[in-house]
Unconditional design. Sequence first.
Length: 116
Amino acid sequence: MNFCYKTANIWQLVGQALFILKILIPIAIIVLGMIDFGKAVISSDDKAVKNSSMKLLKRIVTGVCIFFIPLIIKIVFSMVSLISDEMRKDYNNCIDCLTDPYNKCDTSYNGNIFKK
């Protein structure tokens, strides 16, 4: 089958995007939280402070969800790979490309992705 070896470049690109998001999202949460709380404190309005804290909580939950995307994908691929040893080896490459795109991803496949 070799689906993951054939599409490893795509999985690696997705893994690199997730890696960048894991860095940028916490920074964005901190910066936006500081801006929201700064505005609320300056306005001296208790309702504004409460609204900014709710916004911050929603952003934190969203950020945590982003961190769990690779884990969810890993679980799905692990369940699919239980079918055979060949599929397990193939899908482990998908998992490696998503979770460690700079080191473990095998992108050595040079053939056509789709059979004619």
